[in-house]
Design a protein around this ligand. Structure first.
Ligand SMILES: Cc1cc2nc3c(=O)[nH]c(=O)nc-3n(C[C@H](O)[C@H](O)[C@H](O)COP(=O)(O)OP(=O)(O)OC[C@H]3O[C@@H](n4cnc5c(N)ncnc54)[C@H](O)[C@@H]3O)c2cc1C
Length: 394
């Protein structure tokens, strides 16, 4: 038996973010990850530091949190980021008015943009198609999620958190309607509060306390080329859809993505049509992809929170939710963090930690938006983590 202030379940970016935030406020935290850090969506995503432009037309709230956190991460996690910039590239086949709509939506949300002619866009990014009619430059970037997770975990540990990999939570301890700890395969850990940051598995963890979370798991494919075919993040200029973005990552380009509901985030089909679709949709905008050599394809599963299932995750808000199960389900001692994006992980972690600190009577505010993360490559060595492309190739 072991006792702690807060158990965090899940060592993806959300879990390590919460552990860091709480530890920096002086809370005793134990994080439990069933595999290695970032074995879930956090280590199988696209590597895009969102500017928010992808959401600006349909989901202003998500777009606003993205641009805010984009700026924060550039300050606190500079060594995890490549400042590539991003372009929304308009081809003759794209909807006529989309560039104008995107420009004004970005303007409303506060995302800085620059309108380019086709020639200017191709001067900036020579990999673009000759048919490029116009483009909108936005502050997208590349981010290595493995570096971010490692640096965040290292900061949590240096403030007293215990980070345990290869430690699955098998059950929640519930006494008189209150979650009072967890059972791992090896031991019982009692805690004042438990945070469920289990990503696409959060509904399974909550079910251990009899709580239902309406989640939909959605898989996305990303194909990695052996060469780097554009130095800028290249977005297709049309409503958000499958196969609409190429992200540079080291010496590679990562094409993405698809959006297919899966029943089981641990076991789902990885289908060839997804890879074909990515190349079909993206070759018109970056023609060199026609001859590109495929290194590998990997899949990640989005932890989408859909309280009223829409069946259309492309159109659903990607903003995050913090569920206090005492208020929501009459089960005290448990908070779940669901939805979100890697780009907004710090804000999500701050919201979770605010909710937990309220319950614990901790009155110290979060400082995670101002405190720089420690050196990312030392942190990756510490946890034995490889960068995104190497990890997903393994
Ligand atoms: C295809 C795809 C592309 C994406 N691209 C981007 C992008 O370019 N930019 C961006 O900002 N965001 C992107 N995202 C979103 C982003 O990756 C996720 O929102 C984020 O990584 C979720 O982090 P998480 O920690 O909540 O979940 P996860 O990273 O999935 O972490 C949950 C962890 O919980 C662990 N776990 C589960 N059950 C247990 C248990 N019982 N005991 C212990 N541990 C457990 C899992 O092993 C896992 O490591 C993308 C997502 C996908 C799927």
């Amino acid at each position: 038996m072991h006792e702690t202030g807060v158990v965090v379940i899940g060592g993806g970016v959300t879990g390590v973010g919460v552990a860091r935030d709480l530890a920096r406020r002086g809370v005793d935290v134990t994080l439990l990850e069933r595999g290695e850090l970032a074995t879930g969506a956090s280590g199988a995503m696209h590597g895009l530091l969102h500017s928010g432009a992808r959401y600006a037309v349909k989901d202003a709230q998500s777009a606003r949190s993205c641009i805010t956190e984009n700026r924060v991460l550039r300050d606190i996690a500079a060594d995890c980021i490549e400042d590539t910039g991003g372009l929304f590239v308009s081809l003759p086949s794209d909807p006529d008015d989309y560039l104008d709509r995107l420009e004004s939506a970005c303007d409303e949300v506060g995302i800085e943009t620059e309108r380019l002619t086709g020639t200017e866009a191709r001067e900036r990014e020579p990999g673009l198609a000759p048919e490029t009619e116009a483009a909108l430059a936005v502050p997208d970037g590349g981010i290595d999620p493995m570096a971010l997770v490692a640096a965040t975990a290292a900061d949590a540990e240096s403030h007293g958190a215990a980070i345990h990999q290869q430690t699955p939570v098998a059950d929640l301890l519930v006494e008189d309607g209150t979650v009072v700890g967890v059972e791992t395969t090896d031991e019982t850990i009692r805690a004042d509060h438990v945070v469920n940051a289990a990503g696409a598995w959060a509904d399974r963890v909550a079910a251990l306390a009899g709580v239902d979370i309406e989640m939909r798991a959605s898989r996305g494919a990303m194909s990695v080329t052996t060469g780097r075919h554009a130095d800028t993040v290249v977005n297709r200029c049309r409503p958000k859809s499958s196969g609409d973005i190429v992200v540079p990552s080291g010496g590679h380009s990562i094409l993405g993505t698809t959006d297919v509901t899966v029943e089981d985030p641990d076991e789902f089909p990885e289908e060839e049509w997804e890879v074909e679709l990515l190349f079909e949709e993206l070759t018109p905008v970056v023609p060199a992809l026609a001859e590109a050599e495929l290194s590998h394809t990997y899949w990640g599963v989005r932890p989408l929170y859909e309280p009223e299932a829409t069946g259309d995750s492309v159109g659903f808000s990607r903003d995050y939710s913090v569920l206090d199960h005492a208020d929501r389900d009459d089960v005290a001692g448990l908070t779940s963090a669901v939805g979100g994006k890697l780009t907004t992980y710090r804000a999500m972690a701050e919201s979770v930690s605010d909710a937990v600190c309220d319950r614990l009577g901790v009155e110290i505010n979060s400082d995670t938006a101002e405190a720089p993360l420690p050196d990312a490559s030392a942190a990756m060595d510490k946890y034995g983590l490889a960068g995104l492309v190497t990890r997903t190739r393994a």
